[in-house]
Design a protein around this ligand. Sequence first.
Ligand code: NAD
Length: 471
Amino acid sequence: MRTIDTVYIDGQFVTPHGEELFDLFNPATEEKIGAVRLGDAVDTQAAVAAAKRAFPTYSQTTKTERIALLRRLHDAVAARADALAAAMIEEYGAPQAFVGFSVAHAANLFLDMAQTLEAFAFTQTVGGAQVTLQPVGVVAAISPWNSNIGSICSKLATALAAGCTVVIKPSEMSATQTQVLTEALHEAGVPPGVFNIVNGRGDVVGAELSSHPDVAKVTFTGSTAVGRSIMRAGAETMKRVTLELGGKGPNIILPDADMEAAVSTVVAVGFLNSGQACIAGTRVLAPRSRLPEFLERLKTAVAALAVGESADPAVKIGPMVSQKQWDRVQSYIRLGLEEGGELQIGGEGRPAGLERGWFVQPTVFAGVNNDMRIAREEIFGPVLCVIPYDDEEEAIAIANDSPYGLQAYVESVDVAHARRVAERLDCGRVTINGAPHAPLAPFGGFKQSGIGREYGRYGLEAHLEVKAILG
Ligand code: NAD
């Protein structure tokens, strides 16, 4: 049983002013594994003050100095890969394939941003004016439990590349991962105050950051509901925001798709991270002409998914992160039945043989129409909705008929055809035939999936103010 009882302010691990203890659990066993002492508004104010003090000097660093710093941060995080993976598995239960990707991704984000910085011009001449891009100021970075280390590293790398100083509020449910990561970041030798990390509740530390007058920008990854409250709180002081929010990704299987390959992608992206992924492709649009064949193959593939403790490398679906998340997914499975969804596989309750742990049966509903709540709302668990369509126009219309617009998928043997469809989808990213992640390409959402983009040049520009000097 561990107690994490420090926060990181001004280059030091310090005991927080806040005294609340928040319990941490292993979701595969439901056992308490420790607790974290949460910071409060006083700790948050101290962290913002440290970041504000560090800003005048850090914002004047050169590109070369920042690139060197980003490389040191990469090395420090990469050196802790095993400890980060162990923490993710214990605290969060993510399947090993996802953990392996997440840990490597978290470290590489610093190298990706160093590469972006190398090619980036902070000054240009535009029509006789000198246009410079200067760091926006103190940045608050807020992360979700399902992508805690990746969000922290992405936001930190981008802010530091821009010349900003940072206060990070990690997910309170991810304190073990945060502790390992903070120790790694500390070892990289970043000047005091340039980054600070305060564990705490969203409505305490997160709310203080979203309204603090010395915070110039909030970069947030989490739910759409909290994203709205951050925007409202930040409006008073005109905070810049980057909001990476929820999704309900469509996966369009075009009639010419190789069905075996398409089903494999549908399963991989639909059940990504046990379905607890903003980018999961959970609305599967299947051509009516090939529906029976598709459903048969899908049921077989889902039946073969191993559910269990992610310490086992064969496991593809781990537990939900918490009792609350388990209850939420169960309620959506019940709702799907009430709304007339045709259950193909899965359903309510735990999978056979798993008496404890927040495990959910991978579930597929067919006969779904896009007006049902299970097709419109983010479930955040291993539940797929199959929606039939008659022609391509209808498929595109259904895909775009959503309050969200984060990530979509298209499956086809004809890539040029898939691209033509992709161009008509209202979302920030479209992945064709399970293409791999492109780390320098922008990422973010249309509509209620967010505002702004992360990664690469677009992410960097969102941390810079534009100034024109004339004469
Ligand atoms: P959440 O919105 O409940 O919490 C996210 C973070 O916000 C946490 O650190 C939380 O403590 C904090 N928070 C809560 N209330 C706050 C407030 N009033 N002010 C400021 N901060 C506050 O989300 P979650 O349950 O941790 O994560 C799951 C959600 O995140 C899903 O909706 C998912 O789609 C989304 N997500 C989006 C992306 C993306 O890149 N678009 C990536 C991962 C997760």
